[in-house]
Design a protein around this ligand. Structure first.
Ligand code: TLP
Length: 343
């Protein structure tokens, strides 16, 4: 809860729990620019293990995790294929172009999912020296703007075959990979096995105040470490926040199932109202995207806020609600009441 509000704008709004703060207080620290922070080292090893990768790197944000990964895989003038609603395309401030000198080639997927038949025609022929060079395919699991949809592992496998066929790299924006894993029972490392680099977040549903981790081969991480420093992301006694991340991955993954139940319950309720449109079948994890039928998005946001409920904007013309650990069942019941009063 954000003060008097029921805050469903995002799963980033959670506050560190008492247990998490205790872990932060007690964390052993050192200078991480020298790789001497034992808590950061432990977090990186732990997450590398969860993802079945050789090595990992703690970074301040999901954006930096994605953008360092893309930078390492490319040279200026190269191209990355992604879905049209991908976070790297919609919400990362044009960083691929501004910082790495690369361009994105977005392709519209179905509910955020792109399939090899849509992607392969976009891969530039290596003989076409006058075209950008395709270097990376990027996918997002779960897919934020599509409403937390889960990438079918079969499609990931097929995309990997395409990546190998064309000698590309495969990056996963796994900000909410934990949600996909809990919803399907497919282990994070099973998903991660298909990718050259994976970025996961600690500050979304897991409740840490800050931080993401990227993982890949030792060589990839060595280069990522260099880029992180070059971009001003070298951190010092940062074990104090890595401890929160470690606490989050050790304690808060399994409980995401409850957030998924809350989201499904809320989606069923919204589906029964005549002032909104939602496809409850698309609510597979903790994100709901729904359309107001009688009012504009801005009007609903304002009216809901006036009644104590914070929502955010989804895709064009739609609203977003995200369930998380700081909004329990009571808050979900109150949110339902407020939504039913919006007319
Ligand atoms: N998403 C935020 C906003 O930027 C929209 C949110 O509230 O959902 N990948 C994905 C799939 C994300 O959803 C986000 C954050 C990021 C990357 C970036 O993470 P941060 O905010 O840590 O840079």
């Amino acid at each position: 809860m954000n003060g008097k509000f029921i805050d469903l704008r995002s799963d980033t709004v959670t506050k560190p729990s008492t247990g998490m703060r205790k872990a932060m207080y007690e964390a052993e620290v050192g200078d991480d620019v020298y790789k001497e922070d034992p808590t950061v080292n432990e977090l990186e090893e732990y997450v590398a293990g969860l993802l079945g990768k050789e090595a990992a790197l703690f970074v301040p944000s999901g954006l930096m995790g994605n953008q360092i990964s893309l930078n390492v895989h490319t040279s200026p003038g190269d191209e990355v294929i992604c879905e049209a609603d991908a976070h790297i395309f919609q919400y990362e401030s044009g960083t691929p172009a501004a910082v790495s000198g690369i361009q994105l080639y977005p392709v519209r997927g179905e509910n955020g999912i792109i399939t090899p038949d849509k992607v392969e025609p976009l891969i530039r022929p290596t003989s076409a020296y006058y075209m950008p060079r395709t270097k990376v395919i990027e996918v997002e699991n779960t897919h934020n703007r599509a409403g937390g949809t889960i990438y079918p592992i079969g499609i990931i496998k097929e995309l990997r075959q395409l990546v190998d066929k064309h000698n590309l790299k495969f990056h996963l924006d796994g900000a909410r990979l934990w949600n996909a894993s809990v919803a399907t029972g497919i282990a994070p490392k099973e998903y991660a096995a298909y990718f050259d680099s994976v970025s996961v977040c600690l500050s979304k549903g897991l409740g840490a105040p800050i931080g993401s981790v990227i993982a890949g081969t030792k060589d990839f991480i060595t280069e990522a470490f260099r880029v992180r420093k070059a971009w001003g992301g070298g951190m010092r006694q940062v074990g104090i926040i890595a401890a929160a991340g470690l606490y989050a991955v050790k304690n808060n993954i399994e409980r995401l199932a409850e957030d998924h139940e809350k989201a499904k319950d809320l989606a069923q309720f919204i589906n029964g109202l005549d002032n909104f449109e939602i496809d409850p079948g698309l609510v597979q994890t903790n994100i709901l995207i729904f359309k107001p039928l009688r009012k504009s998005v801005d009007e609903v946001l304002a009216q809901a806020k006036g009644k104590g409920l914070l929502l955010s904007v989804g895709t064009v013309g739609s609203l977003r609600a995200v369930t998380h650990m700081d909004a329990g069942w009571d808050e979900i019941e109150k949110a339902k009441q407020i939504l039913s009063e919006i007319n």
